[in-house]
Ligand binder design. Structure first.
Ligand SMILES: [Zn+2]
Length: 259
């Protein structure tokens, strides 16, 4: 795509965002790839080299001693070290400038919060906390806690499970509620780094479109959304597209390192 075409589309997207009633962002693995978080799906994804059964809730309950060391390696040792990139910072700046109502993320990497975003609903939970399967208490994850696996609840001795959604578990209630609200109320869905393949999260932009939302999509490659529901397709890596979009919105000065 030519630079001229791209900058015209960026200006269009900025105009739509500026004039929308409410804007929500819907993010997936593609926004965190530039932060060094590998995607789960696809040819180079985590599930192509690691058997996903260790993140299945039945397997976890029956063999936590086998499951936990692999969970620690994949989700805490590696993803825990990732830092937000410019796309995450731009979304936080948009929220501060009252141009973004909230983020619905399918990621469990905590990078939106690390970038300063406040309203974030985590469709697949997060890696900040563990939850006791016996008493339901939650605790922030610490290095001490992960030193002796599987970790036990300090209160009741029950098994602690990472607070992300395992295969076979339901979507968190708060994420479903906010997403359903956003489907009906948001005038713009900013879809970033997600190709619409993970059910049921993938259906929300489709539903939002039916309720009249404009869909602005940022992906490196065309997705299931591009030729079906997307109004403005901004093709490219999330960080550079979001950098240009924030500039067009006049809020680039809000970004870290640019003042
Ligand atoms: Zn407990």
């Amino acid at each position: 795509m030519s630079d001229l075409k791209t900058s015209s589309l960026i200006r269009q997207a900025a105009h739509v965002i500026r004039h929308a009633d409410k804007v929500v962002a819907f993010t997936g693995a593609g926004i965190s790839v530039e932060s060094g978080v590998p995607p789960f799906r696809g040819p180079d994804g985590i599930w192509s080299r690691i058997d996903p059964s260790f993140a299945d809730i039945r397997f976890f309950r029956s063999k936590p001693g086998e499951s936990w060391p692999r969970i620690k390696e994949v989700f805490f040792d590696h993803i825990g070290k990732a830092r937000p990139n410019e796309a995450h910072f731009c979304l936080a700046a948009m929220e501060s400038a009252m141009l973004l109502h909230g983020i619905i993320t399918q990621n469990i990497d905590n990078l939106h919060q690390k970038a300063g975003s406040r309203k974030v609903v985590e469709f697949h939970g997060n890696t900040r906390d563990v939850v006791c399967l016996q008493c339901g208490n939650r605790y922030p994850v610490t290095a001490d806690m992960l030193a002796d696996l599987p970790p036990k609840c300090p209160d009741c001795g029950g098994l602690l499970k990472p607070n992300f959604v395992f295969f076979g578990e339901p979507i968190p209630v708060d994420a479903m509620q906010f997403s359903n609200w956003a489907v009906r109320q948001a005038g713009v869905w900013l879809v970033i780094g997600t190709s619409g393949e993970v059910y049921p999260a993938s259906l929300f932009p489709m539903d939002a479109k039916r309720y009249g939302a404009k869909i602005i999509e940022i992906n490196t490659e065309p997705s299931n959304y591009t030729n079906t529901i997307t109004d403005i397709f901004l093709q490219g890596p999330a960080s550079s597209v979001m950098h240009n979009l924030c500039k067009a919105l006049g809020i680039s000065n809000a970004l870290p390192g640019s003042q």
